[in-house]
Write a protein that binds this ligand. Structure first.
Ligand code: SF4
Ligand code: SF4
Length: 178
């Protein structure tokens, strides 16, 4: 059954979020176990492999056909993000914070609710040019050491078809030797 991972992930090309959810439900456990155990594996060129799979996935999946991160997740804000975006709306940083943001128990600054306030009906972002850095880099697969990002990647499998596709393909490469 695991040999089918990459084939299943390929079918996501036009993003059907219901199908995606079903596929994630079927594979979450094994992919989560794989990511938790990645620290103990010796994998040649791991970060380079992830980078190549990430580029391939972005060519095959159109984020404007998905928008799921903007619908179901909240970006984490930096102070620079707050300054830049509040200024765009001619608000003080406090006004912007009070209207849209809160600080969670670990000190991260997030949106108060989902979907994102700036997500349009066509899945485009109304503040695209000045969006938070977290949005700009999401899902961050190639930006950090893959082994050190397993917690965040486990979370993102549930929301992001690109993450699901990359992790599925990596699983096939490493475990199934495909
Ligand atoms: S700010 Fe834009 S890119 Fe970021 S979550 Fe909202 S709609 Fe998406
Ligand atoms: S980054 Fe992932 S969750 Fe966000 S729109 Fe693209 S495929 Fe969907």
């Amino acid at each position: 059954m695991y040999l089918q991972f990459i084939e299943m992930a390929k079918k996501i090309k036009t993003v059907n979020l219901k199908t995606f959810k079903r596929q994630v439900g079927q594979k979450r456990k094994v992919l989560t176990t794989f990511l938790r155990g990645i620290h103990n594996r010796k994998v040649s060129r791991l970060n380079q492999r992830v980078k190549e799979l990430d580029q391939q996935a972005f060519q095959e999946i159109d984020c404007l056909d998905c928008g799921n991160c903007c619908k179901q997740m909240t970006p984490t804000y930096t102070k620079k993000d707050i300054k830049r975006i509040s200024s765009h709306f001619k608000m003080t940083e406090k006004e912007y914070f009070d209207k849209y943001l809160y600080k969670d128990e670990s000190g991260d600054i997030m949106h108060q609710s989902t979907p994102c306030y700036f997500l349009q009906r066509d899945n485009k972002c109304s503040i695209y040019e000045i969006r938070p850095d977290d949005c700009r880099g999401f899902p961050h697969l190639h930006k950090s050491d893959f082994k050190n990002a397993s917690t965040i990647n486990i979370q993102n499998i549930d929301y992001c078809p690109i993450t699901f596709k990359v992790v599925s393909a990596l699983y096939d490469q490493i475990v199934n030797k495909k």
